[in-house]
Structure formats: structure tokens, C-alpha cells
Ligand binder design. Structure first.
Ligand code: ACO
Length: 425
């Protein structure tokens, strides 16, 4: 490790402080500012955390300039083409890919805990028929702590692992049940003989009156999409899970907080927003008008599915997703929205506004078109993201809880409110 330090000098007091710089395996090193306030009487101010590393982590690395993403050191391109989603879950949680026996055992555990508690299922009846599935999922997952009280000791690694298994197993069941509730159909119980993705398709589209034949193209597409969305280091929802979990709350409550955060259109809600935007654009002829709106500072409209806080190059996941979209649309037929999307991408990538700001299509630009082709309704796009990201959230939570130096997350502020005053009465 190179001995590197940064010296800060206050121009007002002339006082200096030396801050150690900590190396990273990849990416920018970090300046350890832990002693800044005590020695210097200053806080750092960084709205949106654009220059702040909130933790150390050994799970996922992404290079926004190069457009690279790795889980536990493995490039996303290799994971998406050589592994199944459950292998990736095992990798994220354990740090290594499973051997054959480890995989069989892990698959059995996950596929044998897929049922929802029957009383938990009854929660659905309390929701309005037209409730958004994300609203239902936030509530249902939060309530899981009341059903699995036997394994809530966060200091016990075995309890943490069982909770992770429960969440990975049950999240597709919960998501599909929310969908069935919203269309007034009976929920379909899971089938443990199917693959993880195949079982989800079965719970979404089968009915007690009719078997659903799983199409291998759809099954593969869903599995790869789950891999691509499984983790993304300290994104907003993962940071939310960490912050919520740092108080020592139970993991179900922390994951419910992550689901609530993911729902926003600047994060996981973007794939739903992309489809709404493509429908709003309507035809290729209207694209120029919408590009002009996106560039107009007085217009709040943004091109959904474009731009990313970290990627200032093509999102590697977007490239892989485009490949899946081609396969799915070849089977399920052309979609006029795909033509609008392709043309929009072409135009935006040549436009100075987008070039200067390094705004490229992100993971959500094409995922909505794939889901639409597979007949997954728009309101289920973000729940699909929840299913995938559950492993990322719970792995980050576990990494944080396992850290003997864990502190509750408690940011400070720059107070800009009124000075002290008295109530006059
Ligand atoms: N359309 C038009 N202009 C944009 C867009 C966009 N999609 N994204 C950023 N810009 C512009 C901003 O107006 C700003 O311009 P300025 O410098 O002239 O003021 C500049 O690019 C930088 O934008 P910021 O908002 O500062 O970038 P930030 O890193 O905070 O935002 C974000 C990233 C939220 C993803 C943003 O690009 C966005 O809103 N994109 C659309 C929503 C979306 O697709 N979200 C999904 C993200 S991926 C995920 O969560 C899985």
C-alpha cells in the first residue's frame, strides 16, 4: 500500500490537517475524513454523494468511464452468458461460484422455500384491486418480520443466511401474487420442479384452469435480466438498505426500505417510465420534438433510460439487454416501440447535448421492451427489478452487519434555517 496523504489548509485560520488516503483494488482511492470534524471543526458537504464513498465493499465493482461491471471479480458479460441467476446469487452471497454439488444443494434450498405463509397471502385482500404492485410489495415484505421471528438475530450468521434464502425464494411468489391480485385472478402456487425464472413465469401466467407452457426463450431472457440487475454497488436502494440496516433493524424492514427507494422513476421506476415515454412519443416523427423537450432547461422532461450517475460510457448491461431484446422480438414479433427506441438512441447519441453530458442508454432503456414483448404488464417492471436486486441488497446488508466496526449511519447537515427566536404570545 502506498503511503499517500492529503493535506487540507483552512484559509481563514491557517490550520492544516493531514488526511490518510486508502487504496482500492480498482477505481479511485478514498480520503479517510473520519478525523476531519474533530480536528478541524468542519463537515464535508456533498449533496447526492457525488464524491463520497459510504463504505468499504468487496462485492461489486463498476467503472463508469470504461463501462465495466464485475460481481466478485467476474465480468458481467461472462456471468450473463455462462451462469444461471441462482449461480450468481450463490456467488454474490458466498464470494465464490458454486461447484456442482454446492449448486444442487443451493438450488434445492431456494426452490423448496418458495411458498408464502398463508396468512401473509391474506394481506393481499386488504389492498385495493388497483394498488400498484410496488406498494403491495413494500408492505408485504416489511410485514415478513412478523412471520419469521424465529430467525431474526442479526448477529447470528446462520439466521442471516436463512433470511437471505427466504427472501430470494419468496420474492417471485410475492411479486406474482401482487400481480394476480391486481387482475382479480387466484394466485398460482409455486412449482419447485421448474427453474427460478420458469417458476416466476408460471406464477404470473398460469391459471387453475389452464397450464402455462414455459417458453425457453422467455425463461432465458428473464434469467439473464435477473443477472444483469442483481447488484450495482452502492446505488440509492442498496444505500437505503444499508442505512436502514445500520440501526440494527431486522433485514425484512431494511429490504422493504430498499423496495420503497427502488420505486422512484430516477432509479428502478425508470423502466416503467421508459415505456410510458415511448408510448407518449408515439411515432418516429415525434422524436425530434421530444429530444428538444429533453434539452430545454425550462422543461422538466428527461429522456427516460438515458444517463447514469456513474456510467459516463455505455452501460455494459444495456449492450447485453439489446442482444436479448433482438432474440425476444425475433420470436414474439416486431414492436413499433422498438423502432422508436432504436431511432431515439441513434439520434440522441449523435446530439451534442447528450455527447457533452455523456448521456448513454442505461440498463432500463431496452428492458421494458423485452418485458412488454413477454406480456409482463408495465406495473410489474419495477417488481421484476426487486426480484433481481434482492440478492444484492441482502448481500450488502450481510457484509455491513458482519463488519465488527459497524456504526449507525448518521449524516450531518449544513443548517440554513432561522436563527434563534422567541414565540411571541
Ligand atoms: N435527459 C436529459 N438530460 C439529462 C438526462 C436525461 N435523461 N440525464 C441527465 N441530464 C442532464 C441534466 O439536465 C444535467 O444537465 P446540465 O449539466 O446542463 O444541468 C446533466 O445531464 C447532468 O445531470 P444530473 O441530473 O446532474 O445527473 P445525475 O448523475 O444526478 O443523474 C440520473 C443521473 C438520475 C440517472 C439522470 O441521468 C436521469 O434522471 N435519467 C433518467 C432516468 C433514468 O433513466 N434512471 C435510471 C437510472 S439507472 C437505474 O437506476 C437502474
Amino acid at each position: 500500500m502506498i503511503d499517500r496523504k492529503v493535506t487540507l489548509t483552512d484559509s481563514l485560520t491557517g490550520k492544516s490537517v493531514e488526511l490518510p488516503v486508502l487504496d482500492a483494488t480498482y477505481g479511485d482511492a478514498v480520503m479517510d475524513i473520519g478525523k476531519l470534524n474533530k480536528e478541524f471543526g468542519l463537515f464535508t458537504y456533498d449533496p447526492g454523494f457525488v464524491s463520497t464513498a459510504s463504505c468499504e465493499s468487496a462485492i461489486t465493482y463498476l467503472d463508469g468511464e470504461k463501462g465495466e461491471l464485475m460481481y466478485r471479480g467476474y465480468p458481467i458479460e461472462q456471468l450473463a452468458t455462462k451462469c444461471s441467476f441462482l449461480e450468481v446469487c450463490y456467488l454474490l452471497w458466498n464470494g465464490e461460484l458454486p461447484n456442482k454439488n454446492e449448486y444442487i444443494e443451493f438450488r434445492n434450498i431456494i426452490m423448496h422455500h418458495t411458498l408464502m405463509h398463508e396468512t401473509l397471502r391474506m394481506f393481499l385482500d386488504g389492498f385495493r384491486y388497483d394498488a400498484h404492485p410496488m406498494a403491495m410489495m413494500t408492505g408485504i415484505v416489511g410485514s415478513m418480520a412478523s412471520f419469521y421471528q424465529d430467525k431474526l438475530d442479526i448477529n447470528d450468521p446462520e439466521h442471516r443466511m436463512i433470511t437471505a434464502h427466504r427472501l430470494i425464494s419468496k420474492m417471485p411468489t410475492i411479486a406474482a401474487a401482487c400481480y394476480k391480485h391486481s387482475i382479480g385472478q387466484p394466485i398460482m402456487y409455486p412449482r419447485n420442479d421448474l427453474s427460478y425464472a420458469g417458476n416466476f413465469l408460471h406464477m404470473m401466467f398460469a391459471t387453475p384452469c389452464k397450464e402455462y407452457i414455459i417458453d425457453p426463450v422467455a425463461e432465458e431472457a428473464i434469467d439473464v435480466l435477473l443477472i444483469l440487475h442483481a447488484d450495482h454497488e452502492q446505488n440509492a436502494s442498496t444505500s437505503t438498505v444499508r442505512l436502514a440496516g445500520s440501526s440494527g433493524t431486522n433485514p425484512f424492514a431494511a429490504i422493504a426500505a430498499g423496495i420503497a427507494c427502488l420505486w422512484g422513476p430516477a432509479h428502478g421506476g425508470a423502466n416503467e417510465a421508459v415505456l410510458k415515454m415511448l408510448n407518449q412519443i408515439g411515432t418516429v416523427d415525434n422524436i425530434d420534438k421530444f429530444i428538444a423537450k429533453a434539452k430545454d432547461k425550462d422543461d422538466p422532461f428527461r429522456l427516460m433510460g438515458f444517463g447514469h450517475r456513474v456510467y459516463k460510457n455505455f452501460d455494459p448491461r444495456a449492450k447485453l439487454i439489446k442482444g436479448i431484446a433482438d432474440k425476444v422480438l425475433a420470436k414474439y414479433g416486431d414492436d413499433p416501440l422498438m423502432h422508436i427506441a432504436i431511432r431515439l438512441e441513434e439520434i440522441a447519441l449523435k446530439d451534442q447535448y447528450f455527447i457533452e453530458r455523456k448521456l448513454y442508454p442505461n440498463v432500463d432503456f431496452y428492458s421494458g421492451i423485452i418485458y412488454k414483448a413477454l406480456k409482463i404488464p408495465v406495473t410489474m417492471f419495477t417488481p421484476m427489478f426487486v426480484i433481481a436486486r434482492t440478492i444484492g441488497w441482502i448481500t450488502h446488508w450481510n457484509e455491513m452487519i458482519s463488519d465488527p466496526n459497524l456504526k449507525i449511519g448518521r449524516p450531518r447537515q449544513r443548517y440554513i434555517g432561522p436563527t434563534e427566536r422567541d414565540i411571541k404570545k
